[in-house]
Ligand binder design. Structure first.
Ligand SMILES: [Zn+2]
Length: 353
């Protein structure tokens, strides 16, 4: 495709890797590549046999979620020749490279980049989000998939803003679960709400699995391969078995509450969550599963405010003998065991079964 006259971020067209073959590429090669060949937010443009169409994949919005960029580096080592052009953004290189590498969600001194796709754009994180948004619109893509990792271990799942057959068709090839969220947080997948040219573009987040799950790397690798290969997205047959969960609730810690992760009640903590709560990211969590232990304030330190502002914690969770249990069978996801993420984002998402 003819490149749009200008992009806000650097574009490397037909990037090549010096490494000999995919099998010889290691994690440290990927780190070196990120540091020296990219060095900052960069678009990689792979012209397709059909260069009239383009599909966008974004990755590394969070610096501690490396599966997308590691899979990308490995895939580029295979010298891929996509049928349809791909534009791939490696976004938050500064966060990823802040030592120790791949441990920082946010760039030093910045904000969570995947909360910056709405005004104000005044600081460095907002400005980067604004440039990313302009560039995505300039690619005029057929679809956008934003690759992430969950902070805890778990299977891949997709997140979208609304039910859309085009998203469901695409997502069904990469995961078994699609979450339709009515929370508006300023994430990249909200771009169709503000960018008129993207209004009809299927955009979704793909949580590939935990950052250290080997399966997450394969999910991300599949995205590059298939988006490069599929000749016609509109003719794509959905893979069977996609479960669609509507409007999950975010279970959050109330401001000022203290949180611990342990295998028993932590003295002095308002909330102690089970140290392996991330194992609940698979399947259904039934009301006999102890999720943690409550301090003297009981459930008072937790909330589950829905998109309309009502606290619905009582529909999800209950206290019995100082322990925290599901009130009813729940599907949990994004349950983290990282206290910093739990405090700044949420403890987990839940949908009543
Ligand atoms: Zn993320």
């Amino acid at each position: 495709m003819p490149l749009a006259p200008s992009f806000a971020l650097p574009v490397l067209t037909a990037p090549t890797l010096a490494a000999a073959g995919a099998s010889t590429i290691t994690h440290s090669d990927a780190t070196t590549w990120l540091r020296h060949a990219l060095g900052g937010p960069t678009w990689l443009h792979l012209p397709g046999e059909d260069a009239s169409r383009c599909r966008v994949i974004t990755t590394l919005l969070h610096g501690n979620e490396p599966s997308g960029v590691l899979a990308l580096h490995r895939w580029l080592g295979e010298a891929p020749r996509p049928r349809v052009s791909l534009a791939i953004l490696v976004a938050n290189v500064a966060a990823a490279l802040a030592p120790p590498i791949f441990t920082h969600r946010i760039a030093p001194g910045g904000r969570d980049l995947n909360r910056c796709f709405r005004p104000p754009f005044g600081d460095a994180s907002g400005e980067l989000a604004r440039r990313i948004a302009m560039d995505i619109a300039a690619w005029a893509p057929e679809c956008v998939i934003d690759l992430h990792n969950t902070s805890g271990s778990g299977p891949a799942f997709a997140v979208a803003l609304a039910r859309d057959p085009a998203i469901e068709r695409l997502a069904s090839h990469f995961c078994d679960r699609l979450i339709v969220s009515d929370f508006r947080l300023g994430s990249l997948m909200e771009l169709p709400l503000t960018a008129p040219t993207l209004a009809d573009c299927p955009i979704f987040t793909l949580e590939c699995g935990g950052a250290r799950d080997p399966a997450a790397l394969e999910v991300a690798a599949d995205v590059y391969r298939r988006l490069g290969d599929w000749p016609d997205l509109a003719a794509l047959t959905p893979a069977p078995g996609l479960e669609v969960l509507i409007h999950p609730l975010r279970v959050e810690l109330r401001p000022g509450a203290s949180l611990a992760y342990a295998r028993g009640p932590e003295p002095g903590a308002d909330i102690t969550l089970w140290a392996r709560i991330d194992t609940c990211n698979r399947g259904i969590t039934d009301p006999t599963t102890c999720l943690g232990w409550l301090g003297e304030g009981g459930l008072r330190y937790l909330q589950a405010v829905d998109a309309r502002g009502s606290d619905r914690l009582g529909e999800l969770l209950c206290a019995r003998n100082g322990r925290l249990y599901p009130r009813r069978p729940l599907r949990l996801f994004m349950a983290t065991t990282n206290a910093e993420i739990a405090r700044s984002d949420c403890l987990f998402y839940a949908v009543p079964e």
